[in-house]
Design a protein around this ligand. Sequence first.
Ligand code: SF4
Length: 428
Amino acid sequence: MTIVTDAKNGKITEEMKIVAEVEGKEPEFIRRGIAAGKIVIPMTPYRDIKICGMGEGLKTKVNASIGASSDIVDVDMEVKKAQAAEAAGADTLMELGTGGDFLGIRKAVCDAISLPVGSVPLYQAFISAAKRDGSIVHMTEDDLWSATEEQAKLGTNFMAIHTGVNNIVLDRLKAHGRYGGLCSRGGAFMSTWMLHNEKENPLYEDFDYLCEILKEHEVTLSTGNGMRAGAIADATDRAQVQELIINSECAQKAHDEYDLQVIVEGPGHVPLDQVETNVKLMKAMSGGKPFYMLGPLVSDIGAGRDHIVTAIGASASAAAGCDFLCYVTPAEHLALPNIEDVVEGVKTSKIAAHVGDTVKYPETRELDLAMGRARAKLDWEAQYKVALDPELARSVRDSRAPGDDDACTMCGDFCALKIVNASYDLCK
Ligand code: SF4
């Protein structure tokens, strides 16, 4: 029995009521969305979390990803990053560590925050095999299943699982080639293992068994995007679209036959003119499943400011119907993010999510209208109240304090608003 079973049976659960209240919807709207596979509320029986819904009709959500690497393992730092992401407004957190004690770090992170947590269990399976037997190609099917179960029992709410990297997809990849190679760690691990062992992906071949494990622990399946492009020249190529077809089939089976909640992941590096196409294609092929966009980065040359490159693509994807954005930090492609990078990534993605929502849900423009009115009246406190980052807005103004308290140092004595306000009342 899962929340999807409840929804299909017409039952409105407490979680559905919470999401309905937060989103300003009727509980029946949420129930219908979950029954149809168009809304998810990532659950876990093992941890009390902040309930969060994502999908059709709900505001765009933001995920922050953290995790130690083989070069930098600092459990306290990962916990602080997770807490900073929550404080900055992230809706979910993915713990994607590939270094240190997998379960110990994830437990510490899960215990420190109330956000729904996601993971990629195959990292643990492949890296444990490499430590044990000298190479990722020695990973066994049992490694995959045990990592999935262990992580589920820690209170993982959703898992990115690379079900779609199958032999058909690899044939497409080999036949067509790539300018930017494979940028997905999960895609790279699984492809290498399949090619070396000349075997089908167990996550695809034994998909029913995977669904049984996820159902037992009520984990939401996020179909991994192992073929996402790492260069905009490779975007929307045959391997990526082939993987999407396979993932859409898996998503349908998981929801229809196992009552699992399912999210479908999307790319990646995508030029701006292909972002909307990717969202519409994903939604059409998956039957309207919640769409989780990893970025997208709309240019490859913004290193150091890739959070901004991503915000441009994320705004366009959210406006086109994407439901869930994975942030990118300024450290993307360069280094493991630090706490400041995490905060900057979350806050930048929150802007992108709001921009998308102003298109998807015009009523959210009320916030922009409130800011417009506050600016016209030079009401600074009202401006801070509605700003997405009030502390930043206040600190910038205070750092260059004006001679005239009403205006700011941009125009000083010649503040356009003040000049007009002195003679006319133009405010609606
Ligand atoms: S001084 Fe210029 S920038 Fe500042 S509030 Fe007035 S019009 Fe706006």
